[in-house]
Design a protein around this ligand. Structure first.
Ligand code: NAD
Length: 273
């Protein structure tokens, strides 16, 4: 799959959004360890500075660009900064994301908008600001969207996140088709994590239901989660092969995708996973 744009052929910088923590930080550290200069983007300047120190202390090259992916101007400035420092971007990872818990009718409108603007608009802004510049370069490169198994299945109580992840999954699939037509040198992947131990449930908005659910999910990630470093290892294995689907937990993906295929082909109503 997509062998022409395997990452191992690519030279150039890696731009990672949400690079201040968890999966993004681990991918950035691993990219740097493989010799790629990295551009670290996150809404938290403090967190990317800390990740950059680890990378530069180990002899790597890291540029920090505080960025709010929900803001198209901020992502355009990120692309300007990346291309001012580096000839080319070989890897863009639209990874920044936020979690949200609560039944649909209980979600404040601002919370709904926050999730959609970071998780969906953020990936869209990354594509808008980077793909034309990456496409102007005939050498191989790759654009990755971090989606989620939440973009394959359906969970009650996590609707805003699930809606956003189904949307970015669709965005990654559309981008795959569009790049194949227009910029065949750009490979496209959906990185589909399941449980990875990160701080993602630390910032969920507070409500009685959400607090209880957040405790449950924090425990799940702590007890059952894969480390972010292991997720990053799996990520590069898939990117090096040029895979579209890169799954941290192929068994979970297969169960949810199989269930979804059955629901769709047999026109069944949603059920509990
Ligand atoms: N951890 C998991 O189990 C899991 C599972 C499936 C998918 N994911 C996805 O992986 C991605 C990374 O999540 P993580 O688990 O590493 O979480 P994390 O909270 O540890 O890291 C996310 C980073 O994104 C940054 N961020 C948030 N809003 C931003 C914005 N507007 N602009 C720029 N940066 C912003 C945060 O500051 C944080 O540093 C997310 O897209 C998430 O949905 C995670």
């Amino acid at each position: 799959m997509g062998g022409e744009q395997c990452l191992s052929d690519a030279t150039g910088a890696a731009v990672v959004t949400g690079a201040g923590s968890g999966i993004g930080a681990a991918i950035a550290r691993r990219a740097a360890a493989r010799g790629m200069p990295v551009v670290l983007a996150d809404v938290s300047a403090e967190r990317i500075e800390a990740v950059a120190r680890v990378i530069t202390d180990a002899g790597g090259d890291a540029l920090t660009v505080p960025t709010d992916v929900a803001d198209p101007g901020s992502v355009e400035s990120l692309a300007d900064a990346a291309y001012a420092r580096h000839d080319r971007v070989a890897l863009l990872i639209n990874n920044a994301g936020v979690e949200s818990l609560g039944r649909l009718w209980e979600l404040p409108v601002d919370e709904w908008r926050r999730v959609m603007s970071v998780n969906i608009d953020g990936a869209f802004h990354g594509i808008r600001s980077f793909v034309p510049r990456m496409g102007a370069d005939s050498r191989p490169s790759r654009v990755v969207t971090t989606t989620s198994v939440g973009g394959i299945g359906t969970l009650a109580g996590m609707g805003s996140y699930g809606v956003s992840k189904h949307a970015v999954q669709q965005m990654a699939e559309t981008l795959y088709l569009e790049c194949a037509e227009t910029f065949p040198q750009i490979g496209v992947s959906a990185f589909v994590p399941a449980h990875v131990t990160t701080r993602i449930f630390e910032d969920v908005a507070s409500s009685a239901h959400a607090d209880e659910a957040a405790d449950h999910w924090r425990t799940q990630l702590r007890e059952k989660g894969m480390t972010a470093d292991e997720a990053a290892r799996i990520f590069f294995e898939g990117a090096d092969r040029g895979d579209f689907w890169i799954c941290t937990h192929p068994d979970v993906y297969a169960r949810l995708a199989g269930r979804r295929a059955t629901l769709l082909t047999e026109a069944l109503p949603p059920d509990f996973e």
